[in-house]
Design a protein around this ligand. Structure first.
Ligand code: 4AD
Ligand code: MG
Length: 429
């Protein structure tokens, strides 16, 4: 009977067939060990001389790393074995022999591994990270779906900028030009008017010539938008959301966190509510560690670390200066030089994982903002309609999946958080 390694617990004492790839093999006289992976787990297959077929025993040395193989044998419980089960192997059939697999357990350089990303994904650590990423995404969807949100995805080809014109990728769109989406937000705002509570979830693009550990050219973002929420409702939603995603992932991926040796104790403290700082309060903290900081400006990564190191939970910074924020941010009526914006900074120096806020809902102010930002009104007429026909207070945010995966997994660089990263200077494989 064909089965998967993850299902072996249901087949103890039975003879089964596993199909997978050779992770490792070793021999010692009358006994040979094959560590098999099939994507669902790892299983040690033990070949005893006399108990398995003679041909299999004699051909064992052909099982090079990553050779694909079918193994038949009886399932035994074995606490010391990876996964807790072992196969007393009777025979194997080689499906395809792998020659000179380039990735070995020895240390490889980053560039080499990135060039072989399509193979690197087979390694234990990358496998664990991909599973954690999967669970983070599933938790994100479960959170919103469980609260009456409707998934309403935004287009990738867009006629206008959302986060500023300097980081737009332009492409040909038949006789027109189009841009790759920087954010689905503007469309989520239309969705909020139609469906009340919506989120979009998809790839977004930034033409940023940045080679930092947290910049991707193509990254995935989830963007909820809620009609009649203000900035404070927005932060409350964001903290409940982040708590849910972190705690649910910790619960469901215990094994994988062990594989990547993540200290999960620090993540267990990620419980709402999170501390909140006005931009002015955040600046006071920064100035103590970085007296050169230009008040009124945006935070650099080291500034964010100065702030987040004060707390063992993620921390909100809200009310960034209006001058440094996107055109759609609502100004605070009592202090218009500050905007109803909020960023969430992760713990352990991981920096911003969420950006969002309350949106400008006044048509005249929005028109003025478009002008100030040198954006063409014609491309935004549809967006302005949302203010012409029943304008409404609303707020939302965007969470970057890869920065969140890097934080939750405790990774040094976002390149390991996405199957095939697009980085400045890398478009292969
Ligand atoms: O702060 P950002 O630019 O906000 C927006 O795009 C809003 N329109 C979202 C909204 O309100 N609906 O991006 C949001 C998040 C950041 O906090 C970060 O996690 C991630 O997206 N992000 C990136 N991740 C990887 N590489 C990049 N180059 C990123 N730029 C932003
Ligand atoms: Mg931001």
């Amino acid at each position: 009977m064909r089965t998967y390694i993850s299902d072996l617990k249901n087949h103890v004492g039975q003879t089964v067939e596993l199909q997978g790839w050779v992770y490792n093999s070793r021999s010692s006289g009358k006994i040979k060990f094959l560590l098999l992976r099939d994507g669902t787990g790892m299983c040690q297959c033990v070949f005893f001389k006399g108990e398995c077929s003679e041909a299999s025993f004699d051909n064992f040395e052909k099982l090079t790393q990553e050779t694909s193989v079918l193994v038949r044998g009886k399932v035994r419980e074995e606490k010391r074995s990876p996964g807790g089960f072992e196969l007393s192997a009777e025979a194997f059939e080689i499906i395809s022999i792998a020659q000179d697999y380039p990735i070995s357990p020895k240390e490889h350089g980053v560039d080499f591994l990135m060039n072989n990303r399509h193979l690197w994904l087979r390694s234990k650590r990358q496998h664990a990270i991909m599973r954690i990423r999967h669970t983070i995404i599933k938790s994100i969807r479960d959170f919103f779906d469980g609260r009456g949100f409707t998934l309403m995805d935004a287009p990738i080809f867009t006629p206008n900028a959302c986060e500023g014109t300097t980081t737009l990728f332009q492409t040909q769109y038949f006789d027109d030009k189009a841009f790759l989406s920087q954010s689905g937000q503007l469309y989520s705002e239309a969705g909020a008017a139609a469906l009340g509570k919506v989120y979009c979830f998809g790839p977004t693009f930034r033409a940023e010539k940045s080679k930092t550990r947290r910049h991707l050219i193509e990254f995935w973002m989830v963007e909820p938008e809620v009609a009649f929420n203000d900035l404070y409702d927005n932060m409350e939603l964001a903290e409940q959301f982040v708590e849910y995603v972190v705690q649910n992932t910790l619960r469901e991926r215990e094994e994988e966190f062990k594989v990547i040796e993540r200290n999960t104790e620090v993540l267990k403290k990620v419980r709402a509510p999170f501390p909140r700082l006005h931009y002015k309060e955040a600046v006071e903290i920064i100035l103590k560690g970085n007296p050169q900081f230009e008040v009124g400006g945006d935070f650099g990564a080291p500034d964010e670390t100065l702030i987040s190191s004060q707390f063992d939970k993620p921390v909100f910074v809200h009310h960034f200066p209006t001058a440094i924020k996107a055109f759609y941010m609502k100004e605070d009526a009592t202090e218009p030089e500050y905007s109803m914006s909020c960023d969430l900074l992760a713990t352990e120096g991981y920096g911003e994982i969420i950006g969002g806020g309350q949106r400008e809902d006044n048509l005249d102010i929005l028109l003025k903002k478009l002008q100030e930002h040198n954006l063409p009104q014609s491309a935004f007429e549809w967006y302005l309609d949302l203010r012409r026909y029943g304008s409404f207070q609303h707020a939302g945010f965007g969470l970057g999946i890869e920065r969140t995966v890097a934080w939750i997994c405790g990774l040094e660089h976002v390149r390991e958080t996405i199957p095939f990263p697009r980085l400045y200077g890398r478009l292969y494989p």
